[in-house]
Every structure is written in structure tokens, then in C-alpha cells.
Design a protein around this ligand. Sequence first.
Ligand code: FAD
Length: 379
Amino acid sequence: MTPEVLILGGGVGGTIAANLIAKKTAGGRAHGTVIDSTGIHVYQPGFLYLAVGQENPGALQRAEAQLLRPDVTLVVERAIRVDPDAKKVWLGSGRSLRYDQLLIATGSRTVMEEIPGGAGAHTFYSMVGAERLYQALGAFERGTIVIGVAGIPYKCPPAPVEFAFLLDDYLRSRGIRGQSEIKLLSPLNRAFTIEATSKLVQPILAERGIELTGFFNVESVDPIERTVTSIEGETVAYDLLVLVPPHRGQKVIDDSGLGDERGWVPVDKNTLKHKVHDSVWAIGDATNIPISKSGSVAHYEASIVAAEIAAAAKGEPAPTHVYDGKVMCFLETGKGQATTIRFDYDHPPTSPTPARRWHWAKALFNKTYWHTVPQGRVP
Ligand SMILES: Cc1cc2nc3c(=O)[nH]c(=O)nc-3n(C[C@H](O)[C@H](O)[C@H](O)COP(=O)(O)OP(=O)(O)OC[C@H]3O[C@@H](n4cnc5c(N)ncnc54)[C@H](O)[C@@H]3O)c2cc1C
């Protein structure tokens, strides 16, 4: 019987892995099926630009079927439970699919409801949220915009800093920066998780008049008084509040007993194999690996896990090449400039001085994404 590979999630990691596995097992040596709850592939980094009117929703989504090789089957349904002993995945419709190898690439879910009073806060962490934020910014004339983070880990650690810089540009372009304040609340003693890059961007935040407050882990919001309070006991007033919501693994992980207390899937940080269950792998935001939850990580991991799963499906020895913790991200610093962040398990993060060329490199990456990344090509 042809070995069956099930891939849960048709986001960045799942799509790349599915295409690469199909390529490596062409000729009927395995068959791959992607199960995705929406069938729509969303390019989330674009939400930042959508929120400040530099992008439109249509450019940030494509039908998943268009991105998969023709020999990969797409099932548009929500996976609700995995039974790793029976090697089956149960779908919302009640039917089940069997697998020989299972790749979990379900990403993360945001849970604003975990923040008391947070329901009305703005966010650029979803398409709908970014569109609503753009509308609210259009109506904003003066006052204080507060950007807060409601818990670590969250995907794309530099995103709140990038948003602060893009917001600064946006308010300047509308001629209302002089009558507005931007306050960035960070859960750490620096701008965001990566120390070297925080040191680089903090003076630029100060130069642009963006006030940074450290050790502010958002605990609750009072939408009547328009204040946000931290676990540390500090309260800050706002006119417009933008929050990065708390993140969790998907419900299917909890309901299948495959994750930790926040629903992150425990995997070996090199092989990406589940720590307990055979023939189960996970990549991207879904894992518990203490590394940035980012598209770049999902991308690098997908090519490693595809080689491992293809070898397992064909009954060949496991490849020796493993995931080395490689991360490469861009960080917009406003005024048409950006920097990059690169590191791996053995090398600490480095970031060059912000320059126009990194901003254009990010813009090029965003524009060429649909023709390069899902297919597993490194642009
Ligand atoms: C504002 C913002 C800016 C960002 N900027 C960057 C950036 O500049 N660089 C970068 O590298 N990363 C960035 N990211 C992060 C990046 O988008 C994510 O880390 C990346 O998408 C994770 O890939 P993934 O494959 O793990 O999950 P996702 O791409 O989120 O895909 C998960 C898929 O699983 C599906 N799914 C979930 N549950 C189920 C289920 N039960 N059954 C079936 N299907 C299911 C979903 O429908 C989805 O298609 C940004 C994110 C945001 C929000």
C-alpha cells in the first residue's frame, strides 16, 4: 500500500512541506494530503501594512489549492482529534483519515478573550483586526496610541516594534504626529525578545519620540476608563489601544493530548519529531521549541522535516541534516529603512545598521512570496 502522509495545516510550513514531500516521493512512493480548515492560505506579515493602509486584503490571500502540487490532495475541513495509537485523524464532518506519517503544522491561535476587558482592543494579528485598525486610525485625530503585548510567546517577536515605526510614519504622513503620542509597552526590560536588535532599535524609537516602557505584561483592560494594566501593577491611559493577543496552540492539539499546557507540541529541536509519539512531527508556530514563532522558522523547518518524512515513508535511513535553529527576519524601522535579524542555535543574533536596501529586500520578499515560498524555493 502507498504510504500516506497527512499534513495538518496549509499555512507556511504545511504547504512547503507538502510540496517538498510530494516532490521527494514522486512516482507513487508516498501520497500526501493537506488538511486545512479554511482552504485559504494567508500571508500574515502583510497585516502590518494593511493596518496602515499600505496593503489590501486581496493581495494577502490565495486559494491553498493553487499553491499545492497537483499530486497533493487538499481536504478543506477542520481536524478535531488525532489518535496517534490508531494513526488516525478525525475531521469535523465525523470522517477519519489514516496516516503512516503525520506532520502537525497548525500554527497558533490568538486568544484575546483571555485578557479581561480586552475584547474591544485593536490588533493587527488577524486580517479582520488589521482592517478594523485601519478604519480606527483613519478616524484618529489626536491623543495617545498604546501598543501592548499580552504574553510571550507570540508570533513574529519584532512585529510590535515594526508596527510602532510604521505608525509613526503613518501619523507623520497625515500631519498629526505632533498631536499624538505613541507608547510601546514591552513585557521585557527591552523593546522585544532579541537583545542585540533591541539595543539597535531603542535609540531609533527614542529619536522618533516613541516612548518605550519595559516590564509591562498586559493583564487587563478597562475600556470605560480607557486604561491598560500590567501584571507588574502599572496602569497606562490610552485613546486607542493596539494589543498583541495571547497565543496558544490549536484546540485539536489539546483535545488529542499531544501538547503541553498551552497547546504547544513538544518536539526534538533538531529532528522535529514528537517527543512521545512515533511517526508524528511538528513544525512552525505549533511547536514548543524556544525559538521565534515566525514564517522563516516554519520555512527552514519544513525543508528539513520533508526530507525526514519522505525518507521514513520510503523506508530509507533518516537524513543526517537536521534543523539548526536558523532564523532570518526583517524588521522595518520606518522612514523607508529596515534591518535584519539572523541567528541559529550556535550563533547569537546579529542585525546590521538599518538601511533602505533591507526595506526593499523585505518589500521584494513580500511581493514574490506567492511564487517562491509555498513551493519551497528560497528566494
Ligand atoms: C502581523 C504579523 C507579522 C508577521 N511578520 C512576519 C515576518 O516578517 N517574518 C516572518 O518570518 N514571520 C512573520 N509572521 C509570523 C508568521 O506569519 C507565522 O509565524 C507563520 O505563518 C507560521 O507558519 P505555520 O505554518 O506554523 O502556521 P500558519 O501559517 O499560521 O498556518 C497554520 C494553518 O493551519 C490551519 N489550521 C489550524 N488549525 C487547524 C485544524 N484544527 N485543522 C485544519 N487546519 C488547521 C490554519 O487554517 C492555517 O492555514 C508575522 C505574523 C503576524 C501576525
